[in-house]
Design a protein around this ligand. Structure first.
Ligand code: PAD
Ligand code: ZN
Length: 408
């Protein structure tokens, strides 16, 4: 730690901070970082910024404002790259621009704002991309993943009061709640979930989205029963976690469906009992053939297309459940055989962030990894340096990754 006078200083002044009295009461010196004059308390970091849809992310200097009351400044150690980031880049899910994407993050708490009690500087954290306000009906009944304040944060790209903690010059830069495609970010305390320091963050990071979403869809949303039959359409970063969730739940048959043989091979390594290549086979017929003609108890769509949602619905047996995890383009619709809905009593449900209760589920998943029952090492196909972020996104789109992870 440098002597106090050499450490970064916060500037007094009105620019950028709505209420300067809210500036961190427990600020720590942040080694080697410039706190820029004129932007009170702002730190300058490198981040990958999306300025325009379908264009590469631009790596540039961004100011990070200090955490306010109830907020935490995190220095990212790793960030996973998820298809939801690609969807945002492609404009299939419109965002406020410019924005720093990245929602699968893990890092070390650098500084906390006033009133923060659950983490302190130096703590290792995995980030939740859903903020639960703790007060609303959904948070109260134990469904914080549906918290309307959290959804507004996710879709609007700002903190609940409409402000952001990133800036380039005078322009506010939006958040994807976590915004782990940069060296540092500010998140609400509720999103920073402490994890034991001995768990490597460049592995734990994948719990923040892919594992939570996939395993959570099995455990929390579907509650797959022992001995069930399961199909998983789309064996990517999230789908492989549906596969390993089904193993944990004791499913007897786990059928992976993908269009790439390499993905089907990966799915087998995660515990799939069968693989179907959707390019070569009629997947609904193939699933029925493997299940005595009836279909599976549970089918998970982990891709985000109306056609594959329909496939998942069709491959479920009467009385079974189709779970939609994949996020389809904003304006798409699904057609279903209307008469079958009552006759066959099939359930079609959505699963958002695996029904996560982040404070409970993220530590549980980390524990399952520590005790050897959850595969995280095998999920991380490739690691990237921060300046290779566009390459990581390209490799994801090309289907080459289970998960790619940027390490800072
Ligand atoms: P990914 O790109 O790693 O995996 C997608 C997989 O689908 C790849 O293995 C592809 O080869 C495969 N695929 C492509 N076309 C087909 C097809 N026609 N039939 C079968 N398989 C096919 O993506 P991901 O695992 O990171 O994300 C998957 C989806 O889940 C995506 O829509 C993402 O936005 C969504 C998601 N949802 C949530 C949620 O909370 N519901 C959270 C995180 C991600
Ligand atoms: Zn994701």
């Amino acid at each position: 730690m440098p002597p106090a006078e050499a450490g970064p200083r916060r500037q007094e002044g009105p620019r950028g901070v709505a209420n300067p009295t809210e500036v961190s009461a427990r600020s720590v010196e942040v080694e080697g970082r410039e706190r820029r004059p004129g932007g009170p308390g702002a730190l300058v970091v490198k981040a990958a910024v999306l300025h325009e849809y379908r264009q590469p992310l631009v790596i540039e200097e961004v100011e990070v404002l200090p955490p306010r009351a109830g907020e935490v400044l995190v220095r990212f150690v790793a960030s996973g790259v998820c298809h939801s980031d690609l969807t945002r880049i492609q404009g299939e899910r419109p965002s406020s621009l410019p924005i720093i994407l990245g929602h699968e993050g893990a890092g070390i708490v650098e500084e906390v704002g006033p009133g923060v009690t659950t983490v302190k500087p130096g703590d290792h954290v995995v980030l939740s991309w859903i903020y639960g306000c703790g007060q609303c009906e959904y948070c109260t009944v134990g469904r914080p993943n549906l918290c309307r304040v959290g959804i507004k944060m996710l879709t609007g790209g700002t903190f609940p009061d409409g402000s952001t903690r990133f800036r380039i010059g005078d322009q506010p830069v939006h958040h994807m709640v976590v915004s782990s495609f940069g060296e540092m970010g500010v998140v609400p305390e509720a999103c920073a979930i402490p994890v034991p320091a001995e768990v490597p963050l460049e592995r734990a990071v994948v719990v923040g989205c892919g594992v939570m979403t996939g395993v959570g869809a099995v455990m929390n949303t579907a509650r797959v029963h022992v001995g069930a039959t399961v199909a998983v359409v789309g064996a990517g970063g999230v789908g492989l976690n549906v596969v390993q969730g089904a193993v944990l739940a004791g499913a007897r048959q786990i059928i992976a469906v993908d269009i790439l043989d390499a993905k089907l091979e990966m799915a087998r390594r995660f515990g799939a009992t069968h693989g179907i290549n959707g390019r070569r086979e009629n997947v609904v017929e193939a699933v029925r053939d493997l299940t005595g003609g009836l279909g599976v108890d549970y089918a998970f769509e982990v891709l985000g297309r109306p056609e594959t949602i329909r496939q998942a619905y069709d491959m479920v047996k009467p009385g079974g459940m189709a779970v939609v995890v994949g996020i389809s383009p904003a304006d798409s619709e699904v057609a279903l055989p209307a008469m079958q809905i009552p006759f066959q009593e099939k359930m079609l449900v959505g699963s958002f962030y695996g029904g996560a209760r982040p404070r409970v589920d993220i530590p549980r998943l980390i524990d399952l990894y520590r005790t050897g029952r959850l595969k995280l090492d095998e999920l991380v196909t490739r690691t990237y340096r921060p300046e290779q972020i566009n390459q990581a996104l390209h490799d994801l789109e090309a289907g080459e990754l289970a998960r790619g992870v940027v390490v800072y």
